[in-house]
Every structure is written in structure tokens, then in C-alpha cells.
Design a protein around this ligand. Structure first.
Ligand code: ATP
Ligand code: LTN
Length: 337
């Protein structure tokens, strides 16, 4: 009965998730819903930490939820919801922000990277406190495990520190969450620049394969992926980062070990290898795209699914917040249970 709890979130900041999001996170979400009590959240509050357009945000939030279902999340099995539908996220974030040191928050590398891009004067305070809101997402649901890519490790360490600090000051309340990161897919690189991670905000369109790309786009992008000198299909992080990334993707999509793939393509050159890789990506993404399109054709029913998810999530979140309010010393409101 007491299945371990899982929570994760993804930002609705693009018209599609990409291969890195899928392999690094979403695929694990789908697998974990089987045997865990799973909560998955489209983090629209996080998406407004950078300048945004309201209609675009609304559209992308629905696309994100539809894609998650298209990728295999079953709303009867897991709790899928929009972060803004559960106001306790923002409330707990405030409490946690009062426990976070300014210096501690300043050390978050994602903030440093993202604020450096637009000039740090332009960065919002919300971008600065982003990891604290993320900690609130996780701690509200008493998650044991958090499936994410490698880039989120530092935010999870902060989450654990904040949970521990709260527990120490005010008495045991929060569960300490552990990152759930699969090393083989934790950092999928940009197809045009294997030195950087594939990213919605940092990659060029050619550097990304999108889950919702059509087969022709997928084939073109993989055919044009940068490769390295030589013609051996061989994993070598130092000297062949481009091919190593493609091998990792191939292996993750097909389930075949990297050594077996190396043995098959050997020195036949990159061409056939890339062709077959493109077909593996097309085979994985085509059904997801088709299901996503069908779900988006009926937004009323999608919105109802999200309302059901928010109702379930809200019950857990309200319970946690009631404990937090009591521990922190707020006077209970008489007309509320
Ligand atoms: P942005 O560039 O706007 O930060 P993103 O592309 O990094 O966006 P997020 O919404 O921040 O995407 O991430 C969603 C999930 O996907 C997170 O768990 C993150 O760790 C994971 N993820 C993102 N990019 C990669 C990648 N290149 N390889 C593996 N996992 C990734
Ligand atoms: N910061 C995360 C998104 C995110 C998240 C979360 C991930 C927001 N809240 C809670 C795990 C748990 C990112 O992927 N960039």
C-alpha cells in the first residue's frame, strides 16, 4: 500500500520537449508511475521567471501536459497537474525563502548561467528564487525520489539542505528527497555542440531533436549532427564527443548496449549509423506525437484531467502546509480545518 513517493516537474517553455528532456527525465517518469505514488507537475510558475507571453504560456502548458500523457503518463495511475493550480507551492516557497541564505542562493549555477545571458541586472528576483520554489514543489509532496537530469543535482542538494534546516529548527516535518538520475542519459548533448547540454533555451534549433518534430525534421537534424574526425563508430568522450553522444542516444532509444552498437558499425563510417539512429528516434517519437495531437484536439477533456490532478495534489499539499503553518508558529484560522 505504502508505495514510495516520486515527484518531478518540467517547464512549459517550448512548443515541444526535446530528446534530452525525454531521455533524461520524462521516460523515467513513465517507468516510475508503475510502482510509485507519482506526482508530476508542469511548472508554469517557474516558466514566468523569464519574460514570457501569456497566450504562449497557456498554449505551452497544455502542450506540455498533453505530451506527458502522449509519452505514456496515465492520469489514473499518477497525479498530473499544473503547478499554478495548487497555490500551496507559492506559499511554501515563501516560508523556505526565509530559511535560505542569500549567499547560498547566489551559488546556484543555473541562476548564474541564466542571469549571465541577459545581463544580471535584467534577471528577475523570481529567477533568483527559482530553486526555492523547486524545493517547495518537492517537499510539499514528501517525495522520496526526484527523477531529473544531471543539471538539477545542485537544486536537489539545496532542497535537502532546506528540508533538514526546517526539520532541525521546527521539528521533523519534511522527508529528505533523493535525486533519481540515470548516468547513461543524465546529460544528452546538443547535436551541433557536444560541449553543451541539449537545452530549450541555449541550443539552436539544429542542435535539438524535438519530441514533436516530424520524421523529416528528425532525419535531417540527425544527419547534420556534428561528428568527429575519423570514421570509427566508437565511444570516446575525450576525442569523439559528438559520436559518443549519438551512441548514448542510440543505446537509450533501442536498449542495445553501446559495445554491441560499436561492434556492428565498427569502421563502416558514420552514414549508416546515423540513418539507423534517425529511424530509432522516428519510431519512438511518432506515436508520442500522434497521441499528443489527439489529446490537444480536445482541450476540454485535457483541462478536466488537469483539474482532477490538481484536486488530488491539492489534498496532499494542504495537509503538508497545515503542518508547516503550525510548526512555524502561525495562528490557525478558526473557520478552516
Ligand atoms: P531550459 O534550457 O529552459 O532550462 P531544459 O531544456 O533544460 O530547459 P527543463 O524544463 O529545464 O529543460 O528540464 C526538464 C527535465 O529535463 C529536467 O529533469 C532536466 O534535468 C532534464 N533535462 C534537460 N535537458 C537535458 C539534457 N540535455 N539531458 C538530460 N536531461 C535533460
Ligand atoms: N528546475 C527543473 C524543473 C522543476 C523540477 C521541480 C524538477 C521545477 N520543479 C521539482 C524536479 C522537481 C528543471 O528541469 N529545470
Amino acid at each position: 500500500m505504502n508505495r514510495p513517493r516520486v515527484l518531478s516537474g518540467i517547464q512549459p517553455t517550448a512548443d515541444s520537449f526535446h530528446l534530452g528532456n525525454y531521455l533524461g527525465a520524462v521516460r523515467q517518469w513513465v517507468a516510475l508511475q508503475e510502482e510509485h505514488d507519482a506526482f508530476y507537475c508542469v511548472v508554469d510558475l517557474h516558466a514566468i521567471t523569464v519574460p514570457h507571453d501569456p497566450d504562449t504560456l497557456r498554449r505551452r502548458s497544455r502542450i506540455a501536459a498533453a505530451q506527458l500523457i502522449g509519452a505514456g503518463l496515465e492520469p489514473e495511475r499518477c497525479t498530473l497537474f499544473l503547478q499554478s493550480h495548487v497555490p500551496e507551492h507559492a506559499e511554501l516557497a515563501w516560508v523556505l525563502s526565509c530559511l535560505t541564505g542569500f549567499g547560498e542562493a547566489s551559488r546556484m549555477t543555473q541562476f548564474k548561467d541564466k542571469s549571465a545571458k541577459g545581463g544580471s541586472e535584467q534577471a528577475s528576483v523570481g529567477l533568483f528564487t527559482y530553486p526555492i520554489l523547486q524545493a517547495a514543489d518537492i517537499l510539499l509532496y514528501e517525495a522520496d525520489q526526484v527523477p531529473v537530469g544531471e543539471d538539477q543535482r545542485q537544486h536537489l542538494e539545496l532542497t535537502r539542505d532546506l528540508a533538514q534546516r526546517f526539520n532541525h529548527r521546527f521539528g521533523g516535518t519534511f522527508v529528505l528527497p533523493a535525486p533519481y538520475i540515470l548516468p547513461s542519459v543524465a546529460r544528452i548533448a546538443d547535436l551541433q555542440d557536444p560541449a553543451i547540454k541539449m537545452s530549450k533555451s541555449a541550443s539552436s534549433p539544429q542542435g535539438i531533436v524535438d519530441v514533436l518534430d516530424d520524421p523529416a525534421q528528425i532525419r535531417r537534424k540527425i544527419a547534420r549532427a556534428v561528428t568527429d574526425a575519423g570514421r570509427d563508430v566508437r565511444a570516446d568522450e575525450e576525442n569523439k564527443p559528438g559520436i559518443t553522444n549519438l551512441l548514448r542516444i542510440y543505446s537509450a532509444l533501442t536498449g542495445e548496449p553501446i559495445a554491441a552498437i560499436e561492434a556492428r558499425y565498427g569502421s563502416t563510417g558514420y552514414g549508416q549509423f546515423k540513418k539507423d539512429l534517425a529511424e530509432a528516434a522516428v519510431a519512438t517519437f511518432t506515436p508520442i506525437r500522434e497521441r499528443t495531437e489527439a489529446i490537444l484536439a480536445d482541450t476540454e477533456s485535457l483541462d478536466k484531467t488537469l483539474a482532477d490532478g490538481a484536486a488530488r495534489a491539492g489534498r496532499v499539499a494542504r495537509e503538508t502546509m497545515a503542518t508547516v503553518r503550525e510548526k512555524i508558529g502561525f495562528v490557525p484560522r478558526l473557520d478552516r480545518p
